[in-house]
Design a protein around this ligand. Structure first.
Ligand code: MG
Length: 346
């Protein structure tokens, strides 16, 4: 297929192109809509020769046949009123397709329009992180896909209206954190990793084991037991098996409470094995970024609520628990991190 260079005019839907009638915030049914600005149709049609129009909308609440049918009817009505070639992309879940995560762009739009002219395209949405906006997801989506951002007022009222971009909690220092972990196993020992999900624990575990031996091959010098992959009982059994053989072992789990660390420490004591807690110090905004990035890359992440619960339970490891060494480790970004890691503003 021969692809043409194309400019995209991409729009959010709710409160950008349309809004409920009257003063309602949420629509009552599929026919409860009106244009968000009186000149939407005129403006879109006047620019139809310059742009391919796209609507990108998050619609998590479209559960059930009837809501879905109402939404489809509404989009039919919007599309026929605009009467220009129109592509509508709808993210139905809280997953990697939901703005501001750019998977819809990377996996769909770039495939449909590989020759898109990014600087000449626009993305316009009302969730711009302004005072009073319910979120900044539209603004972040534009940053993530590398396309100029406009607020609806600039497009439909006056292009000279000034938009002051919000400060966003993107870990701007990510590039400064690139490096490798300078860690080694010291003789026979048990290392307990302590840290939040997505804080870099497994990378540290791998770096410590230095390829010597992972969980699939517990006969070598170092075994990594990941509580995130196994149950605690299984992990304890594996750890005990290693200690019996005087093998070193790394316990890769969150281990944020005294109670969760205790059975491992007791086990090590029983076999006379020295223990070391490695506390991973990863800034909160980096953890958040890693978590969403993991959803984007691997389709697995930990819900925000689980993070909050763990944070609330956090008990700093101390020698009083029976640990021989408590060591903190600053977070490092792997030199192999893909480029997207550094420029996506999730
Ligand atoms: Mg909106």
């Amino acid at each position: 297929m021969d692809h043409q260079a194309v400019r995209l005019a991409m729009f959010d839907l709710d409160w950008t192109l349309i809004r409920p009638q009257g003063s309602r915030i949420f629509p009552r049914n599929g026919s409860d809509w009106q244009w968000a600005f009186p000149n939407v149709v005129e403006k879109v049609r006047a620019n139809a020769h310059k742009y391919q129009f796209v609507i990108i909308t998050n619609q998590k609440s479209l559960k059930g046949e009837s809501r879905m049918r109402q939404f489809r009817d509404k989009m039919d009505a919007v599309a026929s009123a605009l009467d220009v070639p129109l592509l509508v992309l709808v993210a139905l879940e809280s997953d990697r397709y939901r703005k501001p995560v750019p998977a819809l762009w990377d996996e769909h739009l770039l495939k449909l329009f590989p020759k898109v002219e990014r600087p000449a395209s626009i993305y316009c949405g009302d969730a711009a992180g302004r005072t009073g906006d319910f979120s900044d997801t539209d603004y972040k989506f534009a940053l993530n896909i590398g396309v100029p951002f406009r607020i609806p007022e600039q497009v439909f009222r006056d292009r000279k209206i000034v938009f002051h971009p919000p400060k966003i909690a993107f870990p701007a220092r990510l590039r400064e954190l690139v490096g490798t972990y300078d860690l080694e196993m010291s003789g026979w020992e048990m290392v307990l990793l302590v840290g939040m999900p997505a804080s870099g624990k497994s990378t540290i575990a791998r770096s410590l084991a230095a390829g010597r031996c992972l969980i699939d091959n517990p006969a070598g010098a170092v075994t990594v037991c990941s509580e995130e992959l196994q149950t605690r009982i299984w992990c304890l059994q594996l750890v005990e098996g290693c200690l019996k053989q005087r093998e070193s072992v790394i316990v890769d789990g969150t281990n944020v409470t005294i109670e969760s660390r205790d059975p491992y420490i007791k086990l090590a004591k029983r076999y006379g094995c020295p223990t070391r807690a490695l506390v991973v110090l990863t800034p909160d905004e980096v953890i958040r970024h890693n978590n969403i990035f993991r959803e984007y890359m691997e389709r697995k992440s930990t819900p925000e609520a689980a993070h909050r619960i763990l944070r609330g339970k956090w008990q700093q490891p101390s020698p009083e628990e029976g640990l021989d060494v408590v060591q903190t480790v600053p977070y490092r970004v792997s030199p192999d991190a893909p480029p997207e890691y550094f420029y996506h503003y999730f």
